[in-house]
Design a protein around this ligand. Structure first.
Ligand code: GAP
Length: 450
């Protein structure tokens, strides 16, 4: 994990948020490459579930909703973690991470029998702590103006159910989807971007006829798992965990988590829940508006059931980085240089790699080579996320691109000047082949899509 965190900082993927002020716990900034990587992941999700299917529509809604939303959804009442406090130093921990007097949870609360901050052994009784961040709407800071930052994106898919269904003339079964930021005032943080206080979720609320929910649930578990695998998470690092009745969320009839083997152990990557008609019924009750569906063909009206696959984009990104991270002791033997130190190759899937192609002049002190390399760079720039690099030896520059997962590197050399061709190097096989400059865009397009 330390190596991944260090690579992320060094190469501009992820930084501690507000680092110059000492950081804010459990908030992270995506740097120049991390931001592109994250967008690529989200775009793949949109392509898979919105573009390629015709039964799911996308919405994009504010992080603050009408405060009644959270009364209806049950979050004010139930979205809590049990909290204990060290009587000596007032440090707070999640009580459910304590078992038989030992801290068994993640992050800081790992030490045994005593407070990790001061060594104290006396704790308060557990009390329920609501994880929703509070704020106020307008200039008056009283209870009547209190609002919450959403802890999940899902609720807008319920409150907009009729609007989305009618405007798009959707027929059940159909889904409403959203990607967006969610906020939770987590008590126990740590493990890099795994548990943050602000994170991104990609969620689908898939509405089905009651009675068809169990089959749809099974289908979604497989669809969801395949999506993750297709992006590059190794199958052997995934497993399913079925929640026991007593640990189900207040809205759920059945939940399966897909867990990933993170460097710190198996933990939830994503979950699929059968939310029944709980949310639509609750919002109907609290708003006084009917939230049902009329089946024209069978002339029947019902409140649909909901299957919800929900994915934390940051957790997926961490899993993808972990599985892509390949450290080669002693380096790979490639160029004439002997690179003896460890080499890192980030074997990200081409679909999500932030930079697709690097253009490298073989040497930087030959004007005509540099000029040609810049021409090639300009030629390809409209089509791909691309980098130009002339600093350091060619071997070093390949390594730098390998570390950020760039699938292809183009080298402009002396032969280029005569033959109008370049070498194209593959990140994983390190094979190099000569390609005519005029064919480059098409060849790259083909290979990036294959
Ligand atoms: N709408 C259902 C829902 O929010 P959840 O299991 O609480 O269910 C769904 O969250 C997903 O959101 C999780 O599987 C995880 O990927 C992600 N997630 C939840 N809390 C998170 C946190 N503090 N930091 C990063 N990701 C988180």
């Amino acid at each position: 994990m330390e190596k991944i965190v260090s690579l992320c900082k060094r190469r501009g993927f992820i930084f501690q948020s507000s680092e110059i002020y000492g950081g804010v716990e459990a908030f992270w900034d995506y740097g120049p490459l991390g931001a592109i990587l994250k967008n690529n992941i989200k775009n793949e999700w949109l392509k898979t579930f919105i573009q390629k299917r015709n039964d799911i529509v996308l919405i994009d809604t504010p992080v603050i909703m009408h405060p009644k939303t959270w009364e209806a959804s049950g979050h004010i009442q139930n979205f809590t973690d049990p909290l204990i406090e060290c009587k000596k130093c007032n440090a707070r921990f999640r009580a459910d991470y304590m078992k038989d007097g030992n801290f068994v949870g993640q992050g800081k609360a790992k030490e045994k029998n005593q407070c990790v901050q001061c060594g104290g052994k006396d704790f308060t009784e557990a009390k329920q702590f609501n994880l929703m961040f509070k704020t106020f709407l307008g200039s008056v800071e009283d209870d009547a103006h209190q609002a919450f930052l959403r802890p999940e994106t899902a609720q807008a898919m319920f409150t907009d159910f009729v609007l989305a269904q009618e405007s798009m003339r959707m027929k059940i079964p159909f889904g409403i989807a959203q990607i967006g930021h969610s906020f939770r005032n987590e008590i126990t943080t740590g493990n890099f971007i795994f548990r943050s206080r602000e994170f991104e979720q990609a969620e689908i609320e898939y509405f089905v006829k009651p009675g068809n929910d169990e089959k749809a649930f099974e289908e979604w578990v497989t669809i969801w798992e395949n999506f993750i695998i297709n992006l590059g998470v190794k199958k052997e690092n995934l497993r399913r965990y079925e929640h026991k009745k007593e640990s189900l969320s207040h809205y759920s009839k059945r939940t399966i988590d897909i867990e990933y083997k993170y460097p710190f152990g198996w933990s939830e990557l994503t979950g699929i829940a059968n939310r029944t008609n709980y949310d639509l019924s609750q919002h109907s009750k609290f708003s006084g508006k009917e939230l049902s569906y009329f089946d024209e063909e069978n002339k029947e009206k019902y409140v649909p059931y909901v299957i919800e696959p929900s994915l934390g984009i940051d957790r997926l990104l961490l899993a993808l980085l972990t599985d892509a991270f390949d450290e080669i002791k002693g380096g790979r033997t490639e160029t004439t240089e002997s690179v003896k130190e460890e080499e890192i190759v980030l074997r990200l899937d081409k679909k999500i790699a932030p930079i697709k192609v690097a253009v490298l002049p073989l040497v930087k002190n030959k004007e005509n080579i540099v000029k040609k390399a810049k021409e090639v760079y300009q030629l390809l720039k409209p089509y791909f996320m691309i980098q130009y690099d002339e600093v350091g030896s060619i071997g070093r520059r390949y390594r730098r691109q390998d570390e950020i997962g760039t699938p292809f590197a183009i080298t402009v050399d002396f032969e280029t000047l005569e033959k109008e061709d370049v070498t194209l190097r593959d990140r994983d096989t390190m094979k190099q082949e000569r390609i005519k400059i005029r064919d480059l865009a098409n060849v790259l397009k083909e290979r990036l899509e294959s």
